[in-house]
Ligand binder design. Structure first.
Ligand code: MLY
Length: 265
């Protein structure tokens, strides 16, 4: 097994070419990460984008921040780039005449939100305005072509960035295929998605880059030939088991007086 992944060798081995950096909605010179773990900021609630919430930086890798909404649980952390337009300094919302909202799934009674907000901001370290970098504008044209290589966020494990290939292009969308994972993690997204990066991005921003998976990528209509040392059954976790709803459906729990809360799916 190889100790580390090298794009240079991999591109040669697979005789493939990287998608040009100008095709991506990323700065040509990556921004610096001036945030610190523990800092607070404002962010659009990813589950309810019209509301602006308070979040805390729980961790960082490269120029990506791991965020947790204050008043939310610890199972819904999400990631944003330091130059994401979803994040802004504390005070921005008020300046715009808006009100900070409790996150979807606020773990207390809605009536305790104003007091919670005061307490969570009291004495907090707020991310300085200079840490927020301008988001690059979206490109009007989708220039990607099937076969081009890139680095992409694994949406099922969003702390990971992996080598990937453009599989298909349709209008403004691209099909992102994760090398060596037999389609289990592939997805369609906008060509200007902030989750797509040019080859070399992880290395310059000091983000770790996963190695390609072990599975041989073959067209779907062919039998998959698996090298002898690789088990032919995919790992149980890479392919979700089919989910069936119970029939008849159990009655829904009735929650009184709790707004903005959703039953766990
Ligand atoms: N071991 C986990 C995570 C796999 C990550 C795949 N990415 C890198 C495309 C699993 O098998 O689910």
């Amino acid at each position: 097994a190889k100790e580390s992944f090298s794009w240079e060798e991999y591109l040669k081995e697979t005789s493939s070419t990287p998608a040009p950096p100008s095709f991506f909605r990323q700065s040509r010179v990556p921004p610096s990460n001036d945030f610190k773990v523990g800092m607070k900021l404002e962010v659009h609630d990813p589950r309810n984008s019209t509301s602006v919430c308070i979040a805390t930086v729980m961790g960082m890798t490269g120029v990506r921040l791991r965020l947790r909404l204050d008043g939310s649980d610890n199972t819904n952390d999400f990631w944003r780039l330091v130059d994401s337009s979803d994040i802004q300094p504390i005070g921005t919302c008020e300046k715009n005449g808006d009100m900070l909202q409790p996150p979807l799934g606020f773990r207390m009674n809605a009536s305790s939100w104003p007091m919670f907000l005061l307490r969570t901001l009291n004495g907090a370290e707020m991310a300085p305005a200079t840490a927020f970098k301008k988001e690059p504008p979206p490109l009007s044209q989708n220039n990607f072509k099937p076969g081009m290589k890139l680095e992409a966020v694994d949406k099922k494990n969003p702390y990971l960035i992996c080598p990937a290939t453009i599989g298909e292009v349709k209008g403004g969308e691209v099909f992102v295929m994760f090398d060596g994972w037999r389609g289990a993690f592939d997805y369609w997204c906008q060509h200007h998605s902030r989750d797509l990066f040019p080859v070399g991005w992880c290395s310059v921003t000091k983000h770790s880059l996963q190695k390609p998976g072990n599975s041989v990528n073959l067209p779907k209509n062919l039998h998959v030939i698996t090298p002898a040392h690789i088990p032919s059954k995919p790992s149980r976790r890479s392919i979700p088991a089919p989910f069936r709803l119970p029939n008849p459906l159990p009655p829904l729990p009735v929650r009184k007086g709790v707004r903005g809360r959703r039953p766990k799916s």
